[in-house]
Design a protein around this ligand. Sequence first.
Ligand SMILES: Cc1cc2nc3c(=O)[nH]c(=O)nc-3n(C[C@H](O)[C@H](O)[C@H](O)COP(=O)(O)OP(=O)(O)OC[C@H]3O[C@@H](n4cnc5c(N)ncnc54)[C@H](O)[C@@H]3O)c2cc1C
Length: 415
Amino acid sequence: MNTEKVDVLVIGAGPSGAMAASMVNKNGLKVKIVEKTLFPRFVIGESLLTRCMDHFEEAGVLDVIKEQGYQVKNGAIFLMGEDRCEFDFSEQFTNGWEWTWQVPRDEFDKVIADKVQSMGVDIEYQTTVTDIQFNGSDSITTVTDKDGNEKKIEAKFIIDSSGYGRVIPRLLDLNTPSTLPTRDTLFTQFIDVNRPEGHDSNRIVIVAHRPDVWIWVIPFSNGNTSVGFVGNPDFFKEVNGTPEEKLRTLIASEPLIKDRFVGSEMRFEPISISGYSIAVKQLYGEGFVLTGNSTEFLDPIFSAGVTFATESGVLAGKLVSKKLKGETIDWDTEYVKPILEGVETFRTYIESWYDGTLHKIFFAEKIDQSIKNKICSVLAGYVWDKSNPFVARHKQSVSNLANFLTKKKEKSENK
Ligand SMILES: Cc1cc2nc3c(=O)[nH]c(=O)nc-3n(C[C@H](O)[C@H](O)[C@H](O)COP(=O)(O)OP(=O)(O)OC[C@H]3O[C@@H](n4cnc5c(N)ncnc54)[C@H](O)[C@@H]3O)c2cc1C
């Protein structure tokens, strides 16, 4: 059996793996990505946050993405009945990007992977990691290609960016349940023939359908629109039929979107994912680091998945490069701490959405613009800006603001 030797082996060519590999490649090390599928492949996660533009720029893939003409996204709209709350990324506390994109991920991930390949990263598609044996920080990985042939790859370090594949968490028993309750989702993409001219295409629309059920509407520049429901498993049991019938019934039950998709064809039978939230016991070990969705995935409500994938991918790529060049890395302070701080900030906002605290803020009659700008920066993915009190003291700031607005509302109602 032939054995290949690399400095760094990256598992998975999604945004996290591509960012990580690009950073290692930029540092002059020999890096290889093994990817189970052949790109383009479908993956969910189509609405980006502006923070990931910084990562695309740093990894050298921003210009090629710009050339694709993807739907520009410059904010988010939250709707609940008659209430509406808009966030515009140009009105932010943090000095950062004011726009990003909404993308069909199959094409988008291929554009990025092709670019990093052209920069010198070796990508082997249709090649699945089946086993890894560590010997200190060196490792021997067994991979199987599409014809069932096995080979070994020797690496000085592994970056596991295998997303929902969770290769190292599975092999080393690192998976652990999320603190968030199980939620399910049902989604598709419509050929959006009824899209009104100039209609909110540059924002993700989030509809609060019920206190614990919400809908995303994400238009793409190719005329298709991604639509999905997220809710507790019992909610989806209330409707019967095929996945298409179920999704059409659910859409028909929400006045804010029911007319938009009547008569529109679905691009694929709606996909259901159950219990997508998952955590991990550790983010690194001797000879490996986990990035993106192979670490912890919370919830899609604020579209933060790709941003975490690229943030952790870029950071891991840099740290692994430094380590292989002889520097000492303190993984706890340089990697785990910042990644988990970001995760914890989003956890607060996600929990506050589902318990209704954020609804009190988003749908308040009026909220001070300077406060809104601070929340907007969180929703843009700038959750590492500690000068923002809605990052530094996220729990307290969100809860104090919701209490203040509730009291204000009660006062005005009692007048
Ligand atoms: C319902 C839902 C909606 C979402 N919406 C959004 C959104 O709007 N915006 C957003 O930013 N995020 C969203 N996300 C999250 C998003 O899907 C992920 O966070 C993102 O795709 C993670 O990127 P990644 O690079 O870590 O993993 P992935 O993009 O999943 O890439 C991992 C790659 O690893 C490969 N792989 C797996 N196993 C192996 C193996 N054994 N060997 C070799 N290769 C392997 C896979 O084939 C895959 O290509 C959503 C998630 C859900 C569940």
